[in-house]
Ligand binder design. Structure first.
Ligand code: COD
Length: 314
């Protein structure tokens, strides 16, 4: 069984949840949502333009569940606002991004009145199934935090560690990435990485092993680490890659998908509910596995706030 299939099978036995989808006006989103519905994972509520949603369902050759569509025709922002409010008010357990720019959705998620802030920093984690190594590779943050400082990077690591634990990685190895493995005062990413490594040593970053700075090859390739003589419990074996900023993270994400052909799942952590946040160009499989991640996280019950009225059983 592939790593992705294993995740899907794990979601098959979890309680059914209510999902709010923002602008699912795209066949790839629709296929993922409808497959998740058929597998018994979710009750979907689809926020957006009804005609375009119907057209996407037809293109995906799938029938929409009755009463699933919630009218929000004017703009993707209107759909985002309505869907976020739906989750905020406890009517859905998780949120999913459809055909809408990431920043437009995130602004609604961050809204102080109706948003999903949970008191922590929100951050994005991508999960790549690395089949040839038989394990998952997590990358953060490729989509939300533009230029995180040291404190933000620490919280970004804590969020990713939470997801790694949900995936069954007991003590994830975290590589704080930079362009090289030595500290260079002219390269701020190396300074942050060294400080994070020390925070990790002192137990400030949860149940994880953190090291840095590490260049990408040193983080992932045991041979590269050996050739360079790097003695580190993380080198060559990283489970989580912390990017120094969003540009680097996003380029690495797209490199892994477009060049290496890996199919990511992706999710936002730190909010009051899991937010499934894949790239608009990701496949329906990628979106389905991302939904499975959201369900796994909910099943661990580690969310900052759960509304009392929610029902979590099939
Ligand atoms: N977690 C918690 N609170 C946050 C976070 C966060 N990660 N980011 C901002 N906030 C809070 C701030 O403290 C503030 O109170 C409020 O939200 C607004 O913050 P600003 O002023 O930074 O808000 P914006 O609207 O200028 O920016 C927020 C975005 C998420 C839109 C911005 O960070 C962004 O554009 N991120 C990148 C999104 C993107 O384009 N990704 C592309 C790759 S897919």
């Amino acid at each position: 069984m592939s790593l992705q299939e294993d995740l899907l099978a794990r979601a098959d036995v979890l309680p059914r949840r209510t999902l709010a989808v923002v602008a699912p006006e795209d066949p790839e989103v629709m296929m993922a949502v409808l497959e998740a519905t058929q597998r018994g994972w979710i009750r979907p509520h689809l926020f957006g333009n009804p005609e375009r949603i119907q057209a996407a369902a037809q293109e995906a050759r799938a029938a929409l569940p009755e009463d699933a569509v919630v009218h929000a025709s004017n703009s993707p922002q209107e759909a985002a606002r309505a869907a976020v409010l739906f989750v905020h008010s406890g009517q859905a357990h998780l949120l999913m991004k459809g055909l809408i720019p990431t920043a437009t959705l995130l602004r609604e998620v961050l809204d102080e009145q109706i948003g999903l802030r949970g008191g922590e920093l929100l951050s994005h984690v991508a999960v790549f199934p690395w089949e040839s190594r038989g394990r998952f590779l997590l990358l953060t943050d490729a989509a939300m935090n533009v230029a995180p400082g040291l404190a933000e990077k620490a919280q970004i690591i804590l969020n990713a560690v939470q997801l790694a634990h949900a995936l069954g990685i007991e003590k994830p190895k975290v590589a704080a990435l930079a362009a090289l493995e030595t500290v260079n005062p002219k390269m701020p990413a190396t300074l942050d990485a060294a400080a994070l490594a020390k925070m990790g040593d002192r137990g400030q970053l949860g149940d994880a092993v953190v090291d840095g700075p590490l260049a990408l090859d040193n983080a992932l390739s045991p041979q590269a680490a050996e050739t360079k003589g790097i003695r580190s419990p993380v080198a060559g074996q990283a489970d989580i890659l912390l990017a120094p900023d969003l540009e680097a993270g996003n380029i690495l994400y797209k490199g892994l998908t477009c060049v290496a052909g890996l199919e990511p799942a992706a999710i936002l952590l730190g909010a009051r509910a899991p937010v499934v946040l894949t790239s608009r160009s990701d496949s329906h499989r990628s979106k389905l596995v991302s939904l499975a991640l959201g369900l796994l996280l909910l099943a661990r019950g580690s969310w900052p706030q759960e509304s009392p009225g929610r029902t979590g059983t099939k």
